[in-house]
Design a protein around this ligand. Structure first.
Ligand SMILES: *Cc1c(COP(=O)(O)O)cnc(C)c1O
Length: 388
């Protein structure tokens, strides 16, 4: 039997940790109760499990448990944050600031609000992928109600200066939302210290199950109002109706617990592996690193490779290594990555990019196999072009 490709696409999703699966299993069968059933043991068991997970997640970002609202993932959390604030603060202003390199789960709700009459400022990024803080401050107006800047970018791994952004937003009395889908469990996050008012989370990028996430909504200093986007049974303080998905919530909690326990050792290990791979890749002529060289997720490398077509390269590699050129969500389209375009790249260079996402289960041996494979493939593809 042929071997399965080595998985290096951890920004798209991660395999679930077996310890997470183990924690979840009893909640599908024996402990299947509805956490909202208050009259019997089945409900109490489920409620206790949800409570524990909620506390773990709250502790991870330094908020209180009642500030965590479970959602189906970061897409829903972003929609709830952006549309929920827009609706609730409509009478105070209709201007929102975000960034060109955000995930589509932020950009598209913003585009939707534009149709409804809101005005959106899409801040450009600098060559290294970071926003210009002065420009952010200058862009805030009296009628600005929200600033949404992601924590870690899903293509180039760049970490935005959240604390500085939070200070600006606090000074200007504007709400600050951040999409932390790629950051939770990978870098320390503290919503108090960073002055964050809304934070989107998801489980499946940190070895948890798919289909579960959360939105942190600050309840004091200031108390943030959110207009619900799903109406129904009134779960989650009337903000997000629908029966809580207990097994997924338990898995989310376990995934966060494990990733925090291992955060420092994993960051160190992954940084070493990444630097090893990066050194090899950059030793090839005409290979450029995209994004900030150091202010970036430990498991991320994004490179543009001159003189090869990204699609041809991926095709040549796909039997051996699972990689993508841009984000998984946009890889069904043939447009060049909007993130790389935001860095100022030409379409051509944006097309010839590869994104590596290393993770908890990536080994040094795999990195060495991949380095050699990519270098050989790039050389041979370049050779073919020359020979034609
Ligand atoms: C994956 C991702 C999302 C979407 O999260 P889901 O939980 O899959 O909905 C949103 N934002 C960023 C930055 C992501 O990486």
């Amino acid at each position: 039997m042929s071997q399965r490709p080595i998985y290096l696409d951890c920004h798209a999703t991660t395999p679930m940790d077996k310890r997470v699966l183990e924690a979840m299993l009893p909640y599908f069968t024996e402990h299947f109760g509805n956490p909202s059933s208050i009259n019997h043991l089945y409900g109490w068991e489920a409620e206790a499990a949800v409570k524990k997970a909620r506390e773990t997640i709250a502790n991870a970002i330094n908020c209180s448990p009642e500030e965590i609202i479970f959602t189906s993932g970061a897409t829903e959390a972003n929609n709830l944050a952006i549309k929920g604030v827009a609706e609730a603060y409509f009478s105070q202003g209709q201007h929102i600031i975000t960034v060109e390199s955000e995930h589509r789960a932020v950009l598209d709700p913003c585009k939707y609000l534009e149709i409804l009459g809101f005005e959106i400022t899409y801040l450009p990024v600098q060559k290294d992928g970071l926003i210009d803080l002065e420009l952010l401050e200058k862009s805030i107006r009296n009628e600005t109600i929200l600033v949404s800047v992601m924590t870690a970018n899903n293509e180039i791994g760049v970490l935005q200066p959240l604390q500085a952004i939070g200070e600006i937003c606090q000074k200007k009395d504007v709400l600050f939302h951040s999409d932390a889908a790629q950051a939770i469990g990978k870098i320390p996050l503290d919503v108090k210290e960073m002055n964050i008012n809304l934070l989107s989370l998801t489980a499946h990028k940190v070895y948890g199950p798919k289909g579960i996430g959360a939105l942190y909504i600050r309840r004091r200093d200031p108390r943030v109002n959110i207009a619900p986007q799903l109406h129904g049974g009134g779960q989650e303080k009337e903000i997000r109706s629908g029966t809580l998905y207990t097994p997924q919530i338990v898995g989310f909690g376990k995934a966060i617990e494990l990733s925090l326990e291992e955060l420092e050792t994993e960051n160190k290990r992954q940084t070493e592996l990444r630097d090893r791979l990066q050194k090899q890749l950059l030793s090839l002529e005409g290979v450029h690193l995209n994004g900030h060289p150091t202010q970036r997720l430990a498991g991320n490398i994004n490179v543009s490779i001159e003189g090869v077509d990204g699609a041809a390269l991926l095709l040549a590699l796909q039997g051996n290594v699972a990689l993508s050129s841009g984000s998984a969500c946009t890889s069904t389209t043939t447009k060049p990555s909007h993130v790389l375009k935001a860095l100022g790249h030409s379409d051509k260079l944006a097309y010839s990019s590869l994104r590596f996402g290393l993770g908890r289960f990536t080994t040094c041996q795999e990195i060495d196999i991949i380095s050699k494979l990519i270098i050989d493939t790039v050389k041979s593809l370049r050779q073919t072009i020359i020979n034609h």
